[in-house]
Design a protein around this ligand. Sequence first.
Ligand SMILES: Cc1cc2nc3c(=O)[nH]c(=O)nc-3n(C[C@H](O)[C@H](O)[C@H](O)COP(=O)(O)O)c2cc1C
Length: 184
Amino acid sequence: MHQTIVLYQSHYGSTKRYAQWIAKALSCPACESKKFPAQDLAGYDTVVFGGGLYAGGVNGVKFIRRNWKLLSDKRVVLFTCGLADPDNLKNAANIRDSLSRALSEEILNRLRLFHLRGDMDYSRLSFTHRSMMAMLRKMLLKKEGDGSLSPEDRMLLDTYGKSLDFTDEKTIQPLVDFIQSSHP
Ligand SMILES: Cc1cc2nc3c(=O)[nH]c(=O)nc-3n(C[C@H](O)[C@H](O)[C@H](O)COP(=O)(O)O)c2cc1C
């Protein structure tokens, strides 16, 4: 019997929602990584970790780096949750690039990556996050002036200050299939 756990770090809830959907599909527990005692990893052979994307980085990914000794003999799946469209190869490459700065090559090569799309409600953002988004808007307005906005930049600019939601339970299926059809 394989033992799987889904761990996650989520600021506003979309990564947590995906973690709970994945846990339900796999009939396994989900837990916030900050509240999970690392020594309990010994009881699992598959660990799914999810983190939201913030300025390219994956929230909470240091859990994997710090606990690699306990994880290295397991199947480890990492999912990210962000606004950028992961079907855009450039976005997926950017995430990988940022992960390569946060994790060693050895760890990165051992992870199976999946990218899911999140949500954002400006009215719920912390002061720091709102300031970061305001800075991003300034950069995008500059790009607009230069005529160099990508379609995704355009979308971010048009939805600035509003709420947007790309979360979709169906998109967990490739991750669930991977876990169910392969061995730890
Ligand atoms: C300050 C800030 C920076 C963000 N940076 C990115 C980013 O670099 N790439 C991306 O795809 N989404 C980015 N997002 C969107 C979040 O990843 C998205 O809201 C996600 O659903 C958050 O998940 P969480 O609420 O579970 O933490 C950013 C959001 C904020 C507020």
